[in-house]
Design a protein around this ligand. Structure first.
Ligand code: FAD
Length: 415
C-alpha cells in the first residue's frame, strides 16, 4: 500500500461529469427544491402531491437523458466504473441540493441497498427489487436500529427471525427507519437475529429482504428530528408481528449479516461525508455573499469583528475534511476493507462536525434569516446534526480510530 501512488485529484473522466452534475444542480434542481419541500404541507404529508411527482419525474427524466444516472455503480459493468475517489467529487455536488442525490438515483439508503442486491441478491430479487431501484421507480429502506437495544453496537440487534418450513417468521420493533414513510418505498433490507447467544458474536445475525407490504408490518409513528417528521421520507418506528417471508429471502445465508453490513456501510459513509462537504461549501458561499452584501456600523459584515477569521477557518477546515474524505475513499479503492475502516471512521466523525460548524457560522452571519425558511441553512444544519448518529454515532467511530492507534503501542486487546 505504501508504494501505491495516492492520486486524490479530479480525473479527466470525472471532470466533465462533475461539471455537468454541478450545472444540473444549479440550473434545474436548486430552483425547485423549496417548492418541492413546501408541497409537503399540501394534503396527506405521507404521499407525494401531483406537483412533487411532476418535479421528480422531470428531474430524473432529464438526468437520464443527459446520461447522469447511477454513478454509484463503481465497479460494475453497467455503471461508469468510477472509483470511490471519483464518485466522491460528484457526491459533493449532489449534497448542495435537497433533491440532488435523488435526481441522479444516488440517494441513501437506496445506493447501499442496490449494492447489496447486486452483490448478494438472487436472480429473482434482482428482477423484483434491483431493476426498479436502478430505474428510480421505487425506493427502499435499511432496517437495523431497534428501540429496546443500544443499536450503535449492532451485535445487540434482537429482532427474532425463526425458520418455519419454507418461510422465516419475524417479530420485533425497529425505529429510525429512514425512507419507510415514502409510499414509493417497497422493500426493507432488515437486520435480524437468526442465531443464539451461544454462537460467535458476529455470526448470530442475518440480513433478510422484506417486502414493505408484507402482512404484519405496522408503521407506528414517524420519529421526529427537532420536532420535524421529514415527511414523506420519514424515519419510521415500525412493529413486525409474525411477518412471514420465503426462506430464500435471507441474503447469503444465516449468520452472515455482519459480512454484508461491512460491505454495505463503507461506501455509504463516504457518500454521506462528501455530501456534507458539499453542504459546507454551500454554507461558506452563502456566508461570504451575505458578508460582503450587507453593512452594519458603516462596514460590510465581512470586515466586522472576527468575521475574516471565521471565513478563513471555514475554508481551511473544509479543505482538511475534503482531503481526509478523499483519502478514506482512496483507501477503499485499494480493496482492503479492514485497512480502510479506520479512515472511514475518521471522516465519519470529522465531516459532519466541520459542516455543522460552517453551517452554524453561516446562519449567524445571516442574522435571524439564517435560521428561517429563507435560506437552506437551518434545514441543512438539522440534517447534518442527525449524521452524527446515523451510520454509527461519533463515539463508536472514535473508538475504532483509537483502537487502531493504540494497537501500534501494545499487544493488549483494546476493548
Ligand atoms: C435521522 C436518523 C436517521 C436514521 N436512519 C436509520 C436507518 O435508516 N436505518 C437504521 O437502521 N437506523 C437508522 N438510524 C439510527 C442510527 O443508526 C442509530 O441511532 C445509531 O446507530 C445509534 O444507535 P442508538 O440510537 O440505539 O444509540 P445507542 O446505541 O443507545 O447509543 C447512545 C449513545 O451512547 C454513546 N456510545 C455508544 N457507544 C459508545 C462507545 N463505544 N463509546 C462511547 N460512547 C458510546 C454515544 O454517545 C451514543 O450516541 C437513524 C438515526 C437518525 C437520528
Amino acid at each position: 500500500m505504501a508504494d501505491s501512488v495516492m492520486d486524490l485529484g479530479v480525473s479527466r473522466k470525472v471532470s466533465d461529469l462533475r461539471d455537468r452534475v454541478a450545472e444540473m444542480i444549479r440550473d434545474e434542481v436548486m430552483p425547485v427544491d423549496e417548492e418541492f419541500l413546501a408541497e409537503v404541507n399540501v394534503g396527506d404529508r405521507w404521499s407525494l402531491t401531483p406537483r412533487q411527482q411532476e418535479i421528480l419525474a422531470k428531474l430524473k427524466g432529464e438526468a437520464k437523458k443527459r446520461g447522469l444516472w447511477n454513478f454509484w455503480l463503481t465497479d460494475s459493468d453497467s455503471g461508469y466504473g468510477l472509483t470511490t475517489v471519483e464518485y466522491a467529487y460528484l457526491a459533493e455536488e449532489m449534497g448542495k441540493a435537497h433533491l440532488g442525490a435523488e435526481t441522479f438515483n444516488c440517494s441513501a439508503p437506496d445506493t447501499g441497498n442496490m449494492e447489496v442486491f447486486e452483490r448478494y441478491g438472487t436472480a429473482e430479487m434482482k428482477e423484483r427489487w434491483l431493476k426498479p431501484l436502478l430505474e428510480g421507480e421505487i425506493r427502499s429502506a435499511y432496517a437495523m436500529t431497534e428501540p429496546d437495544v443500544a443499536s450503535s453496537d449492532a451485535t445487540n440487534i434482537n429482532m427474532s427471525c425463526v425458520r418455519d418450513g419454507d418461510e422465516y417468521v419475524l417479530n420485533g420493533e425497529k425505529h429510525w427507519i429512514s425512507g419507510a414513510g415514502d409510499p414509493r418505498c417497497k422493500v426493507y433490507i432488515t437486520m435480524v437475529k437468526t442465531g443464539t447467544d451461544d454462537d460467535p458474536k458476529h455470526k448470530q445475525h442475518s440480513m433478510i429482504v422484506v417486502p414493505a407490504d408484507a402482512p404484519g408490518i405496522e408503521i407506528l409513528r414517524p420519529m421526529q428530528v427537532f420536532s420535524m417528521d421529514d415527511a414523506p421520507h420519514g424515519h419510521m418506528h415500525m412493529r413486525f408481528t409474525d411477518v412471514r417471508v420465503p426462506a430464500d429471502s435471507i441474503l447469503l445465508g444465516e449468520g452472515r449479516g455482519f459480512e454484508i453490513a461491512q460491505g454495505r456501510l463503507g461506501p455509504g459513509r463516504i457518500h454521506h461525508c462528501m455530501r456534507a462537504i458539499g453542504q459546507a461549501e454551500l454554507a461558506l458561499e452563502l456566508m461570504c455573499k451575505r458578508s460582503v452584501q450587507r453593512e452594519a456600523f458603516g462596514k460590510p459584515l465581512a470586515q466586522l469583528g472576527a468575521n475574516f477569521d471565521i471565513i478563513a477557518d471555514a475554508r481551511m477546515e473544509i479543505e482538511q475534511a475534503r482531503l481526509l474524505c478523499l483519502k478514506a475513499a482512496w483507501m477503499m479503492d485499494q480493496g482492503d476493507a479492514r485497512a480502510a475502516a479506520p479512515w472511514i471512521s475518521q471522516i465519519k466523525v470529522a465531516a459532519p462536525l466541520v459542516a455543522l460548524k460552517v453551517t452554524d457560522d453561516a446562519m449567524q452571519m445571516h442574522g435571524g434569516v439564517g435560521i428561517s425558511q429563507d435560506t437552506p441553512l437551518a434545514r441543512q444544519w438539522m440534517h447534518l446534526r442527525t449524521l452524527r448518529f446515523a451510520d454509527g454515532p461519533d463515539a463508536v467511530h472514535r473508538r475504532q480510530v483509537a483502537r487502531v492507534e493504540l494497537k501500534k503501542y501494545t499487544q493488549m486487546k483494546m476493548g
